[in-house]
Design a protein around this ligand. Structure first.
Ligand SMILES: NC(=O)c1ccc[n+]([C@@H]2O[C@H](COP(=O)([O-])OP(=O)(O)OC[C@H]3O[C@@H](n4cnc5c(N)ncnc54)[C@H](OP(=O)(O)O)[C@@H]3O)[C@@H](O)[C@H]2O)c1
Length: 295
């Protein structure tokens, strides 16, 4: 099997995917943003035509949620148009596209976990650009999987865990306690994408569509931060106690509006594909041990 990965090394999910695939008998063509800019339709067509992959995994995205409010053109060019370009090229080659989307397609006003049939009404530019990318893919190419995930962390790139550890010196931090979601390790997302690739290779089809996939249990950013510091201290990654004060969203204004509840109901992926939600506390422990050995 030959897999083409966009937004490869450098990104969180892309980097984990490269590491996982290295242990398999799979030919992986991993292209960075410099090697393939997905905002360029011609370039996307050319790479798909020349490498002739069996499947494309799109780990490329514009993920700077607050910055996107002021750089709308780039966010839409990557998240909406880039997805469109990949959908067109995969349709032309008659190969599947595995794509990743986000909990931020929801506005967070619902008080139960979101299912795949709940209608997104995103509040932020990032959320809107990802939603429009999803819709474009759905309308253009039936052979797709959209994996919606949330609060991604890994030893690679930028994420909340690394930010918290960087701020640990302050010994006292304020973190919002009224936004609910679910941390998800990039490794578990990469593993799910790889499982889908292997299954497609075996059966030459997949139950196409949109799936929610996030870690469990659900929590607030405040609870997530507390767990990060507890684990980091128990692994001696940090020495000091860090006090995490619970604050409200109102007390921590951000450029982009965040959903109050972005928890995802992940029953469909379990019942259809047999893929369970990963325990994020276990995955966080693994990441912290990894940071300790190779910071
Ligand atoms: N991060 C989260 O908390 C989160 C939450 C929910 C869903 N997601 C979704 O999960 C997926 C993976 O996220 P991630 O956290 O791994 O993202 P990430 O770490 O920001 O990586 C994104 C990758 O895309 C590349 N990229 C940006 N513009 C590109 C372009 N025009 N052409 C090709 N590549 C481009 C980046 O390259 P450069 O670094 O060189 O720009 C980077 O390697 C995305 O679809 C994201 O929307 C993420």
């Amino acid at each position: 099997m030959k897999i083409l990965l966009t937004g490869g090394s450098g990104g969180q999910v892309g980097s984990e995917f490269i590491e996982l695939v290295a242990s398999q008998h799979i030919e992986l063509i991993s292209l960075t943003a410099q090697q393939l800019d997905i905002t360029q339709q011609e370039a996307v067509n050319e790479k798909v035509a020349s490498y002739q992959p069996d499947i494309v995994v799109n780990a490329a995205a514009y993920t700077a949620v607050d910055k996107a409010e002021d750089t709308q053109d780039i966010a839409y060019a990557v998240n909406r148009d880039g997805t469109t370009h990949l959908a067109n090229a995969c349709k032309q080659a008659n190969i599947p596209l595995l794509h990743i989307s986000t909990d931020y397609v929801f506005d967070g006003k619902q008080d139960t976990p979101y299912t795949e049939t709940d209608l997104p009404t995103p509040d932020s530019v990032y959320g809107k650009s990802k939603w429009e990318g999803e819709e474009s893919l759905r309308s253009l190419h039936a052979k797709h999987i959209i994996l919606r995930t949330s609060w991604v962390f890994s030893p690679f790139g930028n994420n909340f865990v690394k930010t918290m550890l960087r701020l640990a010196d302050k010994q006292e931090l304020n973190v919002v306690a009224d936004q609910w979601g679910a941390p998800t390790s990039a490794k578990s997302i990469a593993q799910t994408l790889l499982t889908l690739c292997l299954r497609y290779n075996d059966k030459q089809t997949l139950p196409w569509g949109t799936y929610h996939f996030s870690g469990s249990p659900n929590c607030t950013w405040h609870q997530f931060a507390q767990t990060i510091f507890t684990q980091a201290q128990s692994e001696s990654l940090i020495e000091q106690n860090v006090t995490v004060n619970a604050i409200t969203t109102e007390q921590y204004p951000t450029r982009a509006k965040r959903p109050e509840n972005s928890t995802l109901d992940c029953n469909k992926i379990l019942s259809t594909l047999g893929i369970p939600t990963p325990n994020w506390e276990t995955d966080l422990h693994e990441m912290i041990r990894q940071l300790k050995t190779s910071p």
